[in-house]
Design a protein around this ligand. Structure first.
Ligand code: PLP
Length: 425
């Protein structure tokens, strides 16, 4: 009888659903999750530091989310039309998120950023979007041009990280170094007449914006008549209830939401200015600025109910202070064990997010991180995986949830110490 891992390797490319690949000997099939723990089909427990790529901010199978989903699913799971939970959720997003005058749902962060970019192009009648090198905005073109570039071309030329992207599309994506306002300003000036928007992850991967950077982008976009888009797929409801725009105090024209918003269920949203979002109204069909934006399952009532339950929990007192204290404990613990092991590394992140970069350089953007030791990173992450830490071996981005405890962090730190000892022989 083939094992579950062998069956997975036979049917899925690299035995994976696409989030990341493990070496064949480490491929597992998960059977369940509870809180911050997941179990594979052999019953082996892992402490989870990916949390469904950050979608399960309350932990797996949170009772409030589970209850909301079960009750709602019994009433019908999808109508491709407004339901009470979707309506309540839209209203809550407008209350919570500073830029949100209108909301439209889709089913993922990738869809949300695709639509946000399309809206910016339609609204301005211009083709080009400025993004920052190394930023991920989903599996679409805007997310994968210059995601992991290796040629380090002169800015603003982009390098596709995925095949299958036509040259014309690459040329309409301008690429700038994150945290370098002067460079972004020069690119905006040179392309002002063609620039539809600037899209940025406000906390770029786990690299924090330098003081004034986001406000500077706000100014550049306004002066150029372009839209500022915050990709808040990761930061939304995570860095603060109102997302990065509340946390950093810069308000974009549009933002995208996903991941934590769904409490582990599929959802995405574009929220922002009414005059931009209203381009999707069907009565504008035929208008040159009309934007097609539709999804069979976007905003379905089960995801919306999961989301409302999640947001209800996140509004409780002390949730964010605790998430931030745990994040600080994780980052400072990692710094300590890396220093004790004599391994040059930077630990980045904010709130319930952390990432380790094996470099002794200060990291402010993709190129300052580029020289980091990626072979070391992979050995490190696989070493943690072997020791029962569930994470993405492609990236050191660690996601905490409200279900994590100091004991989970201790487990990670012990596994880190053992792994570094093993790697260094
Ligand atoms: C900043 C950012 N934007 C967009 C996405 C895409 O979201 P999804 O995987 O839901 O399509 C991701 C996913 O990791 C992300 O990190």
């Amino acid at each position: 009888m083939p094992t579950a891992s062998e069956r997975s390797l036979a049917v899925f490319p690299a035995g994976s659903l696409g989030e990341y690949d493990l070496p064949p000997e480490l491929v597992v099939v998960l059977s369940r999750g509870q809180g911050a723990t997941v179990w594979d089909s052999d019953g082996r427990a892992f402490t989870d530091f990916t949390m469904g790529w950050g979608s399960a901010l309350l932990g797996h199978a949170h009772p409030a989310v589970l209850d909301a989903v079960v009750r709602r699913a019994a009433l019908g799971s999808n109508f491709a039309y407004v339901t009470e939970p979707a309506l309540e959720l839209g209203e809550e997003i407008v209350r919570a998120v500073a830029c949100a005058e209108r909301v439209r749902f889709c089913a993922s962060g990738t869809e949300a950023t695709s639509y946000a970019v399309r809206l910016a192009r339609a609204f301005t009648g211009r083709p080009k979007i400025l993004k920052f090198e190394g930023a991920y905005h989903g599996a679409n073109e805007i997310g994968t041009v210059s995601l992991f570039p290796s040629q380090l071309l002169d800015f603003p030329r982009g390098e596709p990280t995925s095949a299958g992207i036509p040259t014309g599309i690459v040329e309409d994506i301008l690429v700038a170094p994150y945290n370098d306002l002067a460079a972004a300003s020069a690119i905006v000036s040179a392309h002002r007449a063609e620039l539809a928007g600037i899209i940025v992850e406000p906390l770029h991967r786990c690299t924090a914006p330098l003081p004034g950077f986001l406000d500077g982008l706000r100014r550049l976009a306004t002066e150029a008549g372009a839209l500022l888009i915050f990709d808040e797929t990761v930061t939304g409801f995570r860095l603060a209830y109102g997302g990065a725009q509340a946390y950093y105090g810069t308000v974009p024209d549009l933002c995208t939401l996903g991941k934590a918003l769904g409490g582990g269920y599929p959802i995405g949203a574009v929220a922002g200015r009414a005059d931009v979002l209203d381009l999707v109204r069907e009565d504008r069909l035929g208008d040159p600025r009309y934007v097609w934006f539709a999804s069979s399952v976007g905003g379905n009532p089960v995801s919306a109910a999961a989301s409302l339950a999640t947001l209800g929990e996140l509004r409780r007192a002390r949730v964010y202070p605790r998430l931030f204290a745990m994040g600080e404990s994780l980052r400072s613990g990692l710094r300590r064990v890396l220093r004790d092991a004599g391994v040059p590394a930077h630990v980045q992140g904010d709130g319930p997010l952390a990432a380790v970069l094996f470099t002794d350089r200060e990291v402010v953007d993709y190129r300052s991180a580029f020289g980091s030791d990626r072979a070391m990173k992979r050995s490190f992450l696989l070493g943690l995986f072997r020791r029962g830490i569930f994470l993405n071996p492609m990236s050191t981005k660690l996601y905490l949830s409200t279900a994590h405890t100091e004991a989970d962090i201790e487990r990670l730190l012990t596994a880190t110490t053992e792994t570094l000892r093993e790697i260094r022989g």
